[in-house]
Design a protein around this ligand. Structure first.
Ligand code: TYM
Length: 405
């Protein structure tokens, strides 16, 4: 495996009596004071993104890097430098990301990897494949297969609405496409033992056998020969995977297997988690509507949720707040603004005003509502324009055009 110290996703032990953080692809539990990302980097054995890497990315793409890189939302990677080497040498690579369709509506956190992937597709002019894991959600959740498959189609509309280029993007449902990847899936499965899968993902003897087989299905799109219509059956094109850090165990396993079956190891770029409205200790969940802003929310719902649920770093009384100022480090409205307010000078002004006590909690919440509402409304407008015909285009296995710019 990549690094023996980094293969296990067992909880990170903290000081005695404290809550342990436990991040797996299916569970995100933070410690007492939120998620410790430095600890995760150590535990998973990945590399922090530093200033030198960002400068190199700007040189290679000839464009400023995305604000989410500058602001540290995308904070860690595996072998991103190899992707930049390839781009510099004008060698091809492709992007791979995905979604597990377990709910009708996506929340703001789900949009992050897709919005970032769009930036990468535009900056590097590369093909993109998006895996819809209806099989995964059927195996893990209380969902019928038909419902998981239907949700794939609903979620695909949201993903297309992010603005991916149909000439360069292929989206697929595992249930429909898996046969094309099957040669690679069985090659991967032959390389990983039950005890390795247990150690990486924490499966137990009472988990169904579908779960044990699934990691190979999420690994397979990292290898270009899983897409013969795009790259050719005998291809070995480099791959970069944007995702939140919870998905890393899959790709740690994939990187370990790759050289043993003659394929290049995929590179990965990880984001932190976008927090729930109640703060980083609560998980955003489709079954708890007050925990997140959904892309289907109407303007008055956004306003109500922010007012009612967003955890405030403001003080008990106005007098105290004016004297001591708000705490931006824990204030959810500020945390959300630091991701979705792309205007640096506006964000700096809000930080100064709020932490000095000149701006009150109600005012920073209003700033947030004013930033989020047009983003959500624009998404709803774009989603309405995604017809069944458009969905069919993205889902049809076909040649893609890229590398002409
Ligand atoms: P899923 O559907 O749980 O999540 C989709 C993507 O969103 C990321 N994500 C978040 N990012 C920021 N803040 C959050 N609060 C947040 N919640 C979720 C996830 O990391 C993921 O990138 N098994 C996967 C589907 C999949 C996939 C992939 C994901 C298949 N192949 C390749 C990434 C890359 C899943 O169920 O994702």
């Amino acid at each position: 495996m990549e690094s023996t110290a980094a293969t296990n996703v067992a909880p990170v032990p903290e000081a005695e009596g404290k809550v342990e953080q436990n991040i797996t692809p299916w569970e995100v539990e933070s410690g007492e004071s939120g998620i410790d990302y430095n600890k995760l980097i150590d535990q998973f054995g990945c590399t922090p993104i530093d200033e030198a890497l960002l400068q190199r990315m700007e040189r290679v793409t000839g464009k400023p890097v995305h604000p989410w890189l500058k602001r540290g939302l995308f904070f860690s990677h595996r072998a991103l430098n190899e992707i930049l080497d390839a781009a510099e040498a004008k060698q091809p690579f492709y992007l791979y990301t995905g979604r597990g369709p377990s709910s009708e509506a996506l929340h703001l956190g789900h949009m992050i990897p897709f919005m970032f992937t769009k930036y990468l597709q535009d900056a590097f002019d590369v093909p993109l494949v998006i895996q819809m894991t209806d099989d995964e959600k059927f195996l893990w959740k209380d969902l019928t297969l038909e419902e998981a498959h239907r949700l794939t189609y609903e979620n695909v509309k949201d993903i297309i609405a992010v603005g991916f280029d149909p000439r360069k993007t292929f989206i697929f449902s595992d249930l429909e496409y898996v046969g094309h990847m099957y040669p690679n899936i069985v090659k991967i499965q032959k390389c990983v033992t039950t005890s390795q899968v247990k150690a990486i993902f924490g499966f137990t003897d009472s988990d169904n056998i579908g779960k044990y087989a699934y990691p190979a299905v999420q690994a397979a799109p990292s290898f270009s020969s899983s897409f013969p219509h795009i790259f050719g059956r005998n291809s070995n094109v480099r791959c970069l995977i944007p995702c939140a850090i919870d998905q890393d165990p899959f790709f740690r396993m994939t990187r370990d297997v790759a050289p043993r079956i003659g394929f290049l190891k995929p590179a990965v770029i990880h984001s932190k988690f976008f927090p729930a409205l109640q703060g980083p200790k609560t998980k955003m969940s489709a079954s708890t509507p007050g925990s997140a802003i959904f892309m289907t929310d109407k303007p008055d719902e956004i306003k109500r949720k922010v007012a009612k649920y967003a955890f405030s770093g403001g003080r008990e009384t106005v007098e105290e707040h004016r004297r001591l100022g708000g705490n931006c480090d824990v204030d959810v409205p500020y945390q959300y603004l630091s991701i979705f307010c792309f205007d640096d000078s506006k964000l700096n002004r809000i930080r100064e005003e709020y932490s000095s006590g000149r701006m009150l909690t109600g005012e920073i919440k209003k700033e947030l509502v004013d930033v989020l509402t047009p983003i959500v409304l624009e998404h709803q407008r774009a989603r309405l324009a995604v017809t069944d015909e458009v969905v069919k285009t993205f889902l049809t296995p076909r040649r893609l055009e890229f590398g002409k710019n």
